[in-house]
Design a protein around this ligand. Structure first.
Ligand code: LR7
Ligand code: MN
Length: 579
């Protein structure tokens, strides 16, 4: 046995070395605190290597160590309310950004948000080696603090070894604080955060394709510039891509309130939804159909989805470029989510939604920017032109008709040259749309059945008042009104189909005791109560056995006993033209 005897001299030596050690230890402590968030996230990767994530039944290596909860405005994802004397500034920032930037500015860029994952998610082990990722944030005139909170949240919640870079692509913003101040700010990330700037406004779609071309990671993840990622968000997105490079993965997108920045789970726990569409190409979500649910073993495992909302997803970079990135003919905003989804599915890839990856997104109150020169001030029709490009490329004739029935003015719009898109479809030997509808998007027709032809569409003018049916921009359920016939369609574009459904946009017209109303169409049905008499021009309600009428004095719309010679009950449909 060795006995160590401390001599006085030795004791002194020890004392000196302990003194020297203290600052070193302090330094290490500070350093490790800086890296704490990253370390927490990295802990969540598994020890054993396997291309598939493994589900372990005991609570494995996934619980992050308890840290004292942060305190301050908005911490824990709690709503942050401003004082009443700040209301003017609050309103101004809402108008400028479509979200309460004044509120955001008071919340830490490193704030904590609640872990919204299913409890089961803590039991998944992900492969230790996963592809390195470029997180691409394209932005146009975003608020500085919201944009930077997105960056901080990615840095804080992403295992370092998987993050190649965060690539910011500025789509020609003109706000001062997004220039030098931003360039200076990102220096603190020591090259991890890189900036590209467009020389002119390109719109989000082209800007993302540019980001993809210039990114350095094997995988790219797109996020909107107002997101906060949740605990261990990235490995669950990367694992399926590692297994199959033509799989695109989509996180579950939680809500961040645009006024208070409260973080709220998007679904009630235990429910899964997937992305579908209606025939006017409005994006919808549908509870996971049994046919897909039945293919799964664990409640928290990824599932197939026909499409996605657009903003947040991960994909192998080279694969994205091989399938042509986004169609370069799509302008600014809208429809690119469908283009990419149809292309992926029809050309041999797949889209998985990943319940264990969760990201918060600020849903704005309204869109604060215009579409710039590219749109020639025609917002509405620009999005419809994008939809038309997408359906003319990917739909079969039968389905194209449903789109034109639901969006009659689209026939007149110029979708531009599709030669290259069709050549790409040929080159990649893509399947037709019926295959997609039968095998992947089989729940679409349950919710939005085949559309019967329109008997009439256009503005619907009353013969007595010479005014037109108009929603006045009100959301359903609301009473319908009459107003000056402007001939532009929009809120006056009424369609009557062969099964008696009277619709405006995605809504329907029906009647109750308060009058003629704009209502939600019954899901899964395309028929309605109306019958139009081509000779007398009255609109007959088959169930209530009355006719649509205008009250001569109040102009109120309601049902009245039919009187075919009364001009207040006569309606003339007139087709309109796009403007
Ligand atoms: O001209 C533009 N240039 C840009 O760089 C217009 C916008 N942008 C940026 C913008 O700063 C933001 O970072 O592009 C991103 C998306 O724009 P948003 O946030 O104004 O769009 P959104 O959230 O209202 O719209 C959804 O639909 C779009 C259709 O083109 C995109 O696909 C968005 O990414 C998409 N957002 C989401 O999917 C988030 C979650 C759910 C929803 C809706
Ligand atoms: Mn957004």
């Amino acid at each position: 046995m060795r006995v160590i005897l401390f001599k006085k001299k030795n004791l002194f030596k020890m004392f000196v070395s302990v003194l020297l050690l203290i600052p070193i230890l302090c330094l290490l402590y500070v350093k490790s605190n800086e890296n704490l968030q990253t370390a927490i996230a990295s802990k969540q990767i598994m020890i054993q290597e396997s291309a598939d994530p493994v589900f372990v039944n005991e609570l494995g290596n996934f619980e992050p160590p308890e840290t004292p909860p942060r305190v301050g405005p908005g911490e824990g994802g709690k709503p942050h309310y401003l004082r009443s004397d700040q209301q003017n500034e609050e309103k101004a920032s809402l108008t400028e950004y479509g979200m309460n930037m004044k509120c955001s500015n008071e919340i830490s860029l490193n704030r904590s948000i609640p872990d919204l994952r299913l409890p089961e998610c803590k039991h998944w082990n992900y492969p230790e080696h996963l592809p390195k990722t470029s997180v691409i944030l394209v932005f146009h005139n975003e608020g500085f603090s919201v944009l930077m909170r997105t960056v901080h949240s990615v840095i804080n919640n992403t295992p370092k070894q998987f993050l190649e870079e965060i690539l910011l692509v500025d789509d020609y913003s003109n706000k001062d604080d997004l220039k030098d101040k931003l360039d200076k700010y990102i220096e603190r990330f020591n090259g991890k955060v890189r900036m590209l700037r467009n020389k002119e406004r390109e719109g989000l779609i082209r800007t993302r394709s540019r980001g993809a071309r210039e990114a350095r990671g094997e995988v790219i993840v797109f996020l909107d510039a107002h997101c906060e990622v949740n605990l261990n968000w990235l490995p669950p997105l990367l694992a399926p891509i590692k297994k199959n490079r033509s799989t695109m993965t989509v996180p579950v997108i939680d809500g961040i309130d645009h006024q208070t920045f409260e973080v709220r789970p998007v679904y009630q726990e235990g429910h899964h939804f997937r992305g579908i569409f209606e025939w006017g190409m409005l994006y919808k979500e549908n509870e996971l159909p049994k046919r897909e649910a039945d293919t799964r073993e664990h409640h928290s495992e990824p599932y197939r989805s026909p499409t996605h909302a657009g903003g947040l997803f991960a994909i192998n970079r080279e694969y994205f470029l091989e399938i042509g990135a986004y169609d370069p003919g799509l302008l600014v905003w809208g429809g690119e989510n469908f283009e990419l989804s149809f292309k992926i599915w029809q050309c041999g890839g797949s889209i998985l939604w990943v319940p264990c990856s969760r990201v918060g997104h600020v849903y704005r109150g309204f869109m604060p920017y215009n579409f710039g020169k590219l749109a020639r001030n025609k917002k509405g029709s620009l999005i419809t032109i994008n939809y038309k490009r997408v359906i003319e490329t990917w739909f079969d004739d039968k389905y194209k008709e449903f789109f034109y029935t639901r969006e009659p003015l689209a026939r007149y719009l110029d979708e531009g040259d599709l030669t290259e898109q069709r050549a790409l479809k040929e080159k990649l030997q893509c399947k037709d749309f019926s295959w997609f509808m039968e095998n992947i998007a089989y729940d679409v027709l349950d919710k939005f059945p085949e559309l019967p032809k329109n008997i009439h569409w256009g503005e619907m003018k009353n013969s007595a008042t010479q005014t037109c049916m108009d929603t006045m921009g009100q959301a359903a359920p609301t009473l319908m009104s009459l107003s000056y016939c402007h001939g532009h369609g929009n809120n006056q574009l009424v369609r009557l189909n062969a099964k008696g459904q009277l619709g405006i946009g995605e809504r329907c017209i029906d009647s109750d005791s308060s009058g003629i109303k704009l209502v939600f169409c019954p899901l899964g049905s395309v028929s309605g109560p109306w019958q139009y008499d081509e000779d007398t021009h009255v609109l007959y309600h088959k169930q209530k056995r009355k006719c649509m009428a205008v009250h001569p004095q109040s102009q109120h719309l309601s049902l009245a006993p039919c009187d075919t010679v009364n001009t207040y009950q006569q309606w003339i449909f007139r087709e309109v033209q796009p403007t």
